[in-house]
Design a protein around this ligand. Structure first.
Ligand code: BTN
Length: 245
């Protein structure tokens, strides 16, 4: 572990999943520690999917989140927070134009560049923290991207230059901490504008899968809690979970 003044980082060579590592060691880990691994042997994605390790030139990271005030803590919106933070880094430091796909995918030119997965860590029946995981395709080459089952891209694929993993990590860390207090205090409303501005699905006819059920309609926007508002016929319905197809 190294601590360069302000940033707490644990760098692993290989692990099954950085999310599992954080969940297992949550009691010993400090709030806002960034745990990353060069290789991940069984990385997990949302909805029982896997997150393929496409080489140590990419980022496999889990952020340790331990709430100070457990009753008023925006647990459900951390993936959206990270999605906005990543978008800001990609825009400001890499000149990219990220699009957000509800609930928390980040795309460039319609192709996925990162995946985010938050998991609760429970001790004695009580939620003690979150393992906020993110995989970012930094330097995956075009050939390797074609092997991923869904359209995917990387920073390298978009801008043609190699991204230094530790530099990227520091940029992400700085942005994450900069807007953190406001986010914890105000919840999703503090990032709602930033989220909606980049939300490519708003105003469009979409289909969503909610626990195996398909719903179709026009995405009107998101609520102050980050849920999707879908206009189905004349009725507006609100969805807390699901996936845009
Ligand atoms: C998804 O899009 O389905 C979410 C993918 C999340 C992948 C990251 S990589 C680091 C962390 N450890 C894991 O096992 N998963 C997350």
């Amino acid at each position: 572990m190294f601590y360069n003044g302000h940033m707490k980082v644990i760098h692993l060579n290989e692990i099954n999943s950085t999310n599992d590592y954080v969940k297992k060691n949550i009691s010993e880990l400090d709030h806002l520690t960034f745990v990353y691994s060069d290789r991940q042997t069984s990385g997990r994605g949302r909805l029982q999917r896997t997150w393929v390790d496409s080489g140590d030139e990419n980022l496999f990271l889990t952020i340790v989140i331990k709430p100070e005030n457990k009753s008023k803590f925006p647990y459900a919106n951390f993936t959206q927070y990270l999605c906005v933070i990543l978008s800001l880094v990609l825009e400001e430091d890499y000149n990219l134009i990220p699009q957000i796909k509800w609930p928390n995918d980040v795309l460039i030119n319609g192709k996925k560049i990162a995946g985010i997965l938050a998991e609760g860590s429970v001790r004695g029946g009580e939620l003690v923290g979150l393992a906020l995981g993110i995989g970012v395709n930094l330097n995956t080459t075009h050939d390797k991207l074609l092997k991923i089952d869904k359209p995917a891209t990387s920073i390298f694929n978009e801008i043609g230059t190699v991204t230094d993993k530790t530099v990227f990590l520091e940029k992400l860390y700085n942005k994450f901490c900069l807007l953190y207090d406001k986010f914890v205090c105000e919840g999703f409303t503090s990032i709602k504008n930033s989220f909606e501005k980049r939300a490519m699905f708003i105003g469009k006819q979409i289909s969503i899968n909610v626990l195996g059920e398909i719903h179709e309609g026009i995405a009107v926007g998101v609520t102050d809690e980050g849920s999707l508002i879908l206009k189905e016929g004349t009725k507006k319905n609100i969805y807390y979970i699901g996936d845009i197809l």
